[in-house]
Design a protein. Structure first.
Lengths: 412, 236
């Protein structure tokens, strides 16, 4: 019996028991839709996070103080002081030491209350250098950013994020206004562009900060023991091709300056890639968990197919006997039931993929998370659904094929 | 034609023993029977005489316990399941008491079924199925499903299905058992006509008046042949 003929027979059988076939398909359908949606949900979340991390700046390296040691302790500086200093930043800015590093932006930050006429607002005060703007891929929409002259003179100037400016001055033009922090009046010289919430933690609003020259922050605002230390140094490589060279240069120069071996490093250099990995690992775990639950529902769907196929074999025992009397071989009977099971699986898979696609359009409106449907995953899911039909059809089909023609014909 | 004289059925000392738990049933106890091409044979006997078992053996549906069976010159007693499926497909046309048509298929699709298993091309299957339906007088019922046909018509579809492969043997098991007397008369007339055209027919029945249509009657009792009478010759 040809494959085409077998397929026709399988379709006949599926279509002549519409309700039963529909219910069988439902199990596979729900499983496939769930798998497609959870995978799409995970991919959507990852795409969102990686877009945000890429928005931090291109070819970015972040040097942070301290390092995780093999004994899982965290090595830090004296007390709570950072092991990174402004001298480190200055050294890395040298073209002879690190030719592949284009820009260096050491930062130090504290939460402070800013006071303007008629309003005060607690926000993050960031002390940094003029290079911060290109390194963090930001821009000013009004006024200007910090200059080298501001840095050299500990100038009392600040550039505000849009949210901060809004909170302090409302609809008034903030440029030229004065805000007071820790008793020091600062002149607002510019406003940063709006970028939205940080990817790595939803609580950090990149639009809510006040940027001041790092010297002003250290000498006139923060004070204390941390005048020369910095909390992190942002580095920008000259291009994506030189990113690893820049990493090496920064690493060896800092090891040399701190006079420690690589094993005792008191700093950590992270790339965008490693930030991305950390930020998406939680999403990934959640997605894997959801996907495994979806896979279990798919398994249950497969068992449903097996159940129905066993019923189908028992119910059609006379048909099997007749077909054998008319010349059907073991293989022809087994193939007939396998094709029937795979038709059920395939139909369930296609309908489930359809439901998944509909869900991908409708759900983002309800849960405010993007869902990315990949064609490859969808095609894969349909193939898996058919595979489940075949896999769970093997046992019933083999049972049907093994029936002796005489026993099958005699049954009532 | 020497080949034409080769028996269609040649069984010798055939026995069949069933085992159900500790109970052993000897359904057939040494039957020897030879049927030539063109013969119309009725196998008779009361229930429990072993005639159903013999029919299953003749139809290659059930293996025999001992003895030999040659069907149209082939030794079928030593064949594998797949070889037997092929023999059933090409050599034997079955007609059952229950008709055994597939309810979801139209008449011609039921008739073409054996040809599907013989890997015959679709257009040829269709033309042969239509021919067979015409031969049993159902040319105008090709697209009807079994549920839309009377019992007599359904049994004629089954006969068309048995004839479509042009088998050496037509094996009918109580074919009139589910028919009224008018349909029975029509069916027996059809068998007579097939017999005149040279078909070899083996008819299993327990009704004497139906057996009388055959030109040879084999009567079984307790798994043995009690009587083997060529009554057409006796009449002539």
């Amino acid at each position: 019996m040809s494959w085409l003929e077998t397929l026709r027979t399988g379709l006949d059988a599926v279509l002549s028991h519409r309700l039963r076939s529909g219910l069988t398909m439902l199990g596979i359908l729900i499983g496939i839709a769930a798998v497609i949606l959870t995978v799409g949900f995970g991919e959507g979340a990852q795409a969102k996070v990686s877009a945000e991390i890429n928005a931090l700046g291109s070819n970015l390296l972040v040097v942070s103080p301290g390092s995780a040691t093999a004994s899982t302790g965290i090595r830090g500086g004296f007390g709570s002081a950072s092991t990174l200093t402004q001298a480190d930043a200055t050294a890395l800015a040298s073209k002879t030491v690190a030719p592949d590093i284009a820009a260096v932006a050491p930062t130090t930050q504290q939460s402070q209350t800013l006071t303007a006429i008629g309003a005060n607002w607690t926000t993050t005060v960031v002390g940094t250098t003029p290079d911060w703007l290109p390194v963090r891929a930001r821009a000013v929409t009004e006024g200007r950013f910090l200059t080298a002259a501001d840095e050299n003179t500990d100038a009392a100037v600040t550039v505000l994020g849009v949210t901060t400016a809004q909170e302090l001055f409302g609809s008034r033009d903030p440029v030229g206004q004065t805000v007071t922090v820790n008793g020091l009046p600062l002149t607002v010289v510019g406003v940063l562009n709006a970028v939205g919430t940080s990817a790595s933690s939803a609580t950090t609003n990149l639009d809510d900060q006040a940027v001041v020259p790092i010297t002003t922050a250290a000498n006139r605002i923060f004070g204390g023991s941390s005048r020369t230390s910095v909390q992190s140094i942002y580095l920008e490589a000259t291009s994506s091709a030189t990113l690893s060279a820049a990493y090496q240069e920064a690493d060896s120069e800092l090891l040399r300056l701190h006079q420690v071996s690589a094993a005792d490093a008191d700093f950590t250099i992270a790339s965008q890639q490693s930030l991305l990995t950390t930020a998406t690992s939680v999403d990934k775990t959640l997605t894997e968990l959801l996907a495994s639950i979806a896979a279990i529902s798919l398994l249950v769907g497969g068992i449903g197919v097996m159940n129905i196929m066993l019923v189908s074999v028992t119910e059609r025992i006379r048909e099997i006997g007749l077909r054998k009397a008319l010349g059907a071989t073991h293989r022809a009977i087994r193939r007939q039931f396998l094709v029937e099971a795979s038709v059920l699986g395939l139909a369930g898979g296609v309908l489930g993929a359809g439901l998944g696609l509909v869900g991908a359009v409708v759900l983002p409106h309800l849960i405010s998370n993007p869902i990315t449907i990949s064609p490859a995953a969808t095609a894969g899911a349909i193939v898996v659904a058919m595979g489940i039909g075949i896999g769970f059809g093997v046992y019933p089909a083999t049972r049907a094929a093994r029936l002796a023609p005489i026993d099958a014909l005699r049954s009532e | 034609m020497a080949e034409a004289k080769l028996p269609v059925i040649d069984i010798r000392e055939v026995t069949k023993t069933y085992r159900t738990g500790t109970l052993t049933v000897e359904a057939v106890r040494g039957v020897t029977l030879s049927i030539l091409p063109g013969e119309y044979v009725a196998i008779m006997g009361p229930s429990g005489s072993g005639k159903s078992t013999l029919m299953h053996i003749l139809g290659c549906l059930d293996p025999l316990t001992s003895g030999s069976y040659w069907l149209a010159g082939q030794d079928v007693s030593r064949m594998s399941d797949d070889e037997l499926a092929d023999v059933r497909n090409r050599r034997i046309g079955f007609v059952f008491q229950q008709f055994n048509l597939l309810p979801s298929l139209s008449a011609w699709r039921n008739v073409e079924l054996p040809l599907c298993y013989a890997d015959v091309r679709r257009d040829e299957r269709r033309s042969r199925a239509v021919d067979a339906l015409r031969r049993v007088g159902l040319a105008d019922r090709i697209m009807h499903r079994p549920g839309e046909l009377s019992g007599g018509q359904q049994q004629r579809v089954a006969i068309a299905r048995a004839l479509v492969t042009d088998p050496a043997l037509l094996l009918a098991d109580e074919p009139t058992g589910n028919l009224d007397s008018a349909a029975t008369a029509e069916l027996l007339a059809l068998f007579d006509e097939l017999h005149r055209s040279g078909r070899t027919i083996v008819l299993i029945t327990h009704e004497a008046d139906i057996a009388l249509h055959a030109d040879r009657i084999v009567r079984l009792r307790d798994g043995r042949i009690e009587l083997d009478r060529n009554h057409a010759k006796a009449l002539s």
